[in-house]
Design a protein around this ligand. Structure first.
Ligand code: C2O
Ligand code: CU
Ligand code: CU
Length: 524
């Protein structure tokens, strides 16, 4: 090499090659070394993030705190015979971790909200007053209602004002919920703490011998994961590698950290809601005891399903029945969920995470419960052969549906009131998503190329879709026409939703033209 340098011809006016090449060599070596250090540092950083990304609290809890049960909101009855519910959205201070006050939001309190309860046929009227510092909305997730009462991003409630939607309960008994839905800020508002259960009852479900004493043998279980700073303040940061959004290390159940539940009945019904913004749980008991899955998003199953695990993605609900022996203590746990990701991506999406959620403490003597009925309720049959049309939706990346980001001024889909349709939703991305439709309960007729798993046999309004997976949903469109006010469909991983993975559909009378949004044009 040096021979080369010596003998190389030197042109006049240019520095000799030797003098040019030496610094270049040094530069090259330096750059290589720097590059190596950089690669090592990156690898180290990635390894650090990797090792940090695996979260578990197994064995770390003492179950010191009694599980809080959200109070049931008593309605007043107005002259028209409607049940009127008052919700005041407010901010305040909560002690989510013992001895560490943090700023939170809630409804009729500083964290979460009361349980609303109504019965099939009730005319309900909501009075939602926004005492928060920002405009927000309250959406009744899972409810059949007119689009204008739905509480999606178009029904903004300005600070200081009250929103008063009203509708008639026209669907079976179910565990529904409510939460804010302002476009672009849903994750933030839910994370701060605004959410609550909306339970529906009906005579058919009420006649079944199922545990139904709220807070006694019929227990609400609202699951949320949080990040906290060292002083116990809510942390809004997240891992830069998470493909699904913010994942917390601490679990709150009904706003209770490190909780236990005392029970006095042999058989207990748990109504589980995943009110987390991104985390998917995989529920079961630490001793792997079987339990009965009796309900999903939209109500009871036709028959119970004996199982040991139930996955639950954000927005979904399940009702389970579990049996206990006197004096025993059993932990409800979340096992590593199958997100359909490879090991590397999965780690950053929570696929390796496990959590002790709640310790059930059975009393020394338990009141016997009736056996689990082997038939629950009859479902209205939707006929796939009669489906008027098939809509195809593709989830792209982490912010688009059919290639488009959410636009409040654009109607993406128009359908005819009350008709049955097939919605084919394909996850064309490498990320997990879960798909939610407003105003309806649907049936999953095909899941990732095959028959739906038995746990998806019931009414659903939100369904997990693994990367590359396609689901076919049989949907009966809402029975309320309004060409000017849309319902939403979106990914219920709230960061994806906020980033634009949401679309709008309007429901019109038969033969009416596709919807548009007149209010938007006036503003234009
Ligand atoms: Cu629970 Cu559109 O949301
Ligand atoms: Cu919803
Ligand atoms: Cu998503």
């Amino acid at each position: 090499m040096s021979t080369d340098l010596v003998t190389s011809p030197t042109r006049p006016g240019r520095p000799p090659a030797r003098r040019r090449r030496r610094p270049l060599l040094r530069l090259l070596v330096g750059a290589l070394a720097l590059g190596l250090v950089g690669v090592l540092a990156l690898a180290g950083l990635a390894a650090w993030f990797w090792s940090q990304a695996d979260i578990s609290n197994l064995g770390q809890l003492s179950f010191a705190n009694q599980l809080k049960i959200p109070p049931v909101l008593e309605p007043r009855v107005d002259e028209a015979g409607r049940k009127v519910f008052d919700l005041r959205l407010q901010q305040g201070t909560s002690e989510l971790l013992a001895g560490k006050p943090t700023q939170t939001w809630g409804a009729n309190g500083t964290y979460l909200g009361p349980t609303i309860r109504a019965t099939l046929g009730d005319q309900v009227a909501m009075q939602v007053t926004n005492r928060l510092p920002e405009p927000t909305t309250i959406h009744w997730h899972g409810m059949h209602l007119p689009a204008a009462a739905d509480g999606g991003p178009h029904q903004l409630i300005q600070p200081g004002s009250t929103w008063s939607p009203s509708w008639r309960i026209d669907q079976p008994a179910a565990t529904l919920w409510y939460h804010p839905h302002p476009h672009g800020a849903t994750e933030d508002h839910v994370y701060r703490g605004v959410a609550g259960l909306f339970l529906l009852d009906d005579p058919e479900a009420g006649a079944l011998p199922l545990p139904d004493r709220y807070g006694v043998d019929d227990i609400p279980v609202i699951l949320q994961d949080k990040r906290f700073t060292a002083d116990g303040v809510l942390d809004f940061g997240q891992s830069p590698f998470s493909p699904i959004g913010r994942l917390g290390e601490q679990i709150l159940i009904n706003g209770t950290h490190d909780p236990h539940l005392n029970i006095g009945h042999q058989r207990v019904r748990l109504r589980l809601l995943n009110a987390s913004t991104a985390r998917v749980y995989h529920l079961g008991f630490a001793d792997d005891r079987p339990f009965e899955l009796i309900g999903t998003d939209g109500g009871l199953l036709e028959r119970p399903l004996l199982t040991t695990r139930v996955p639950l993605s954000p927005g979904e609900r399940v009702e389970i029945l579990a049996e206990f022996r006197p004096g025993e203590r059993v932990v409800l746990r979340s096992f590593p969920p199958d997100l359909g990701l490879d090991g590397f991506q999965g780690r950053f999406a929570g696929a390796d995470d496990s959590f002790d959620l709640l310790q059930v403490r059975a009393g020394p003597r338990l009141t016997p419960s009736p056996p689990v009925p082997d038939r629950l309720v009859r479902h209205q049959q939707l006929d796939q052969a009669e489906a008027a049309s098939t809509r195809r939706l593709e989830l792209n990346g982490s912010s688009r549906i059919n290639g488009l980001r959410m636009d409040l001024g654009r109607i993406d889909q128009t359908g005819t009131v009350g008709t049955t349709e097939v919605w084919e939703v394909a996850n064309r991305s490498g990320n997990p998503h879960n798909f939610h439709i407003h105003g309806v309960q649907f049936k999953v007729v095909q899941y990732a190329g095959g028959a739906p798993p038995p746990g998806l046999a019931g009414w659903k309004d939100t369904v997990f879709i693994p990367p590359g997976g396609t689901v076919r949903l049989l949907v009966q469109l809402p029975g309320y026409a309004d060409a000017a006010v849309p319902y939403m469909f979106h990914c219920h991983l709230l960061q994806h939703e906020d980033n634009g993975m949401m679309g709008q559909f309007v429901v019109v009378q038969h033969g009416q033209p596709p919807g548009n949004l007149p209010s938007r044009e006036h503003r234009g």
